[in-house]
Design a protein around this ligand. Structure first.
Ligand code: FAD
Length: 412
């Protein structure tokens, strides 16, 4: 059985290897001069290849497509991904937050293992081959290359990724391919990216915070909150808690954000602590006392937002002013204006409509067509989840292709 896989990222390489191991004659078409260009930059160059969790807990990290992914993730869970790479000779380590990395700390080890697996399983890898269109003739699928060549096959797997970091080759081509077969595409929007805010926060650029809680209230009454690390970056909020919230805010244009800078302290406890600090240094400037609570630049920003003078002597701060300070530390509000663009988004939310796919990632509209990885309308939080989605969906498609071959073998 001839299989063409379009896209040499995580999902495409993995599908190609597994289908070839099952006995298919596989051609992998990648427009870049090498495979895994995006893989190289994952996990800040270290490649967080999965989240070391049992399937049920893993699925809790999925934002869109949890139900669709259940079968693929239960059949090919994080444990199987780890085993695949360990069997390929890549030692792995699991770090805080169940994040799995190659022990070397180099994403290139993962790419090299996939390239070796492609070679060993006999996949024909065609680099520098951009697919311009795909179609179905009487007998075959045809992938038409930029130079006009046509690659014919019995099975066509679209693994072209989403639209984030388009410089890596993921430019959303798969959506047009899907539409050409009559598939619907859920509007792709950036996810896991900075949250832009209306307030001028440029003075806070680069400040990173630990143990804070960021909450979002949506106009429809919905709300989400996350506890952990956050970073002020340019005119946006970044870091794990902000990126996680972006996955929930990327289909809305307005929301109220609230940052609790001291979530471990109730308002009463925070007030008591401030009172204590004030009593110890009655004649000090306010900013020099509150400096114990917050990083320097954030301290000044919070005082300003609370409408307090940084130079005011502590002994002249009124009860009402102190209440405003407590409130600002516990509830520093921002007006959300949108998620940063695809150029800096870790993943794309949206893609090929999941209702039109079988749990094995096969098209319900065109027999023999498959969609795997980020091109589908499935995405998850940071932490190795998105690469695991690529591997699990690749496994599902390859397993279905193998079943077809067994069926065909019996019929011959
Ligand atoms: C900066 C960054 C860091 C990340 N870190 C992590 C992480 O640590 N852990 C994690 O789980 N996830 C991470 N992700 C997300 C993860 O990389 C993706 O979800 C995953 O790579 C998707 O795999 P894919 O194979 O579906 O698509 P891609 O990796 O995007 O691969 C698609 C491939 O298809 C090729 N292609 C596209 N169109 C055509 C065409 N017309 N013809 C031929 N080839 C084509 C592209 O060139 C590309 O090589 C990160 C993403 C980014 C941007």
């Amino acid at each position: 059985m001839r299989v063409t896989v379009v896209g040499g990222g995580a999902s495409g390489c993995f599908t190609a290897v597994l289908a070839a191991r099952a006995g298919a004659e596989v051609t992998l078409l990648e427009k870049n001069e090498k495979t895994g260009k995006k893989l190289f930059i994952t996990g800040k160059g270290r490649c967080n290849l999965t989240a070391d969790l049992p399937p049920r807990e893993f699925l809790e990290g999925v934002v869109r497509g949890e139900k669709f992914l259940r079968s693929a993730v239960w059949s090919f869970p994080p444990e199987s991904t780890k085993k695949f790479f360990e069997d390929m000779g890549v030692p792995l380590v699991t770090e805080r937050g169940n994040r799995v990395f190659p022990a070397s700390g180099k994403s290139s080890d993962i790419i090299r293992a996939l390239d070796r697996a492609l070679k060993e399983s006999g996949v024909r890898v065609m680099l520098g081959c951009e697919v311009k269109s795909v179609r179905r003739s009487e007998q075959d699928f045809e992938a038409v290359l930029a130079d006009g060549r046509e690659i014919k096959s019995d099975i066509l797997v679209i693994a072209t990724g989403g639209m984030s970091y388009p410089s890596t080759g993921s430019t959303g081509d798969g959506y047009a391919f899907a539409r050409s077969f009559g598939h619907s595409v859920v509007k792709p929007v950036p996810s896991l990216a900075r949250l832009f805010v209306a307030e001028d926060i440029t003075s806070l650029n680069g400040i990173s915070l630990k143990n804070v809680e960021l909450s979002a209230s949506l106009p429809d009454g919905g709300s989400f909150s996350r506890f952990g690390e956050m970073l002020f970056a340019g005119r946006g909020l970044s870091g794990p808690v902000a990126l996680t919230l972006s996955a929930r805010l990327n289909r809305t244009s307005s929301a109220r954000l609230s940052l609790d800078l001291k979530p471990a302290l109730s308002r009463e406890k925070l007030n008591a602590r401030i009172l204590r600090d004030f009593a110890e240094r009655k004649n000090a400037d306010l900013k020099n006392v509150t400096r114990a609570l917050l990083p320097e630049r954030l301290n000044l920003y919070v005082l300003k937002r609370a409408g307090l003078s940084a130079e005011e002597k502590v002994n002249s701060v009124t009860r009402e002013e102190r209440a405003r300070l407590v409130e600002t530390v516990k509830n520093l509000t921002f007006t959300f204006t949108g998620v940063a663009p695809f150029e800096e988004a870790v993943v794309t939310s949206g893609g090929v409509e999941l209702k039109e796919l079988t749990p094995k990632c096969g098209s319900r509209l065109a027999d023999g067509l498959y969609f795997v990885g980020e091109v589908t309308d499935a995405d998850a939080y940071t932490g190795g989840y998105n690469l695991q989605i690529a591997f699990s969906t690749a496994w599902a498609a390859a397993d279905d292709i193998a079943a077809r071959m067994r069926k065909q073998g019996r019929a011959d």
